[in-house]
Design a protein around this ligand. Sequence first.
Ligand SMILES: C[S@@+](CC[C@H](N)C(=O)[O-])C[C@H]1O[C@@H](n2cnc3c(N)ncnc32)[C@H](O)[C@@H]1O
Length: 201
Amino acid sequence: MKKNQGNKYWTNPYVAYNIYPKLVKVLTKFLEPGWKILDAGCGIGNLAKFLPSYYKLYGCDIQKSALAEAKQLKKYEKIIYADLNKKLPFKDCEYDAAVSVEVFDYLSDPWFSLRELARVVKYRVIVVVPNYNWLKFFYGSHKLPKYTKHTLDFNVNFLINLGKTCDLNIEKIFYISNKFERFRNLFGNWLASNVGIVYKK
Ligand SMILES: C[S@@+](CC[C@H](N)C(=O)[O-])C[C@H]1O[C@@H](n2cnc3c(N)ncnc32)[C@H](O)[C@@H]1O
């Protein structure tokens, strides 16, 4: 992907994607204190700003400028350049868990990437993506959104099938919304901004 592509949308969680406080409430139920966690596609470190400091957090991304910003937060044990479309530079079971927020929708082969993340963790991989159930009506299927390079319509069915293909157990499916949550909840999970899944090895 191009350097800085869409970066303005990723740099300020308060403007675009402030799902992190709600997300962290879910994550902490599945990630045990003291665990070594890989933030896969960490960007500028939005998740790190909200995740409790009792985790040993490692961040990796393909965008060097974002990694430099993430490093300045001093919330990560280590920041690593890694391409999730390729074999990861980590040993089998090197981490306890991996969390990937708004990243899988940029990957060319999410099946390969999920297998790789599953290889490098002992217990769980948690993936959160935009919920394209409704977004596609605004932007059109497979053309989502202009500033990104999304190639697939991610929704809960996609995530379930992704896990099954990769021989992972599905422990939990959850929905989060960034803005207008009360209004969105009137329609069940349909209008939620994000859908997440907890895969267990
Ligand atoms: C929407 S941002 C999300 C960043 C971060 N997870 C967050 O929640 O703020 C998408 C991130 O995925 C990263 N990314 C895209 N393709 C990647 C790849 N092949 N390998 C690693 N990171 C990738 C981008 O560089 C960017 O930082």
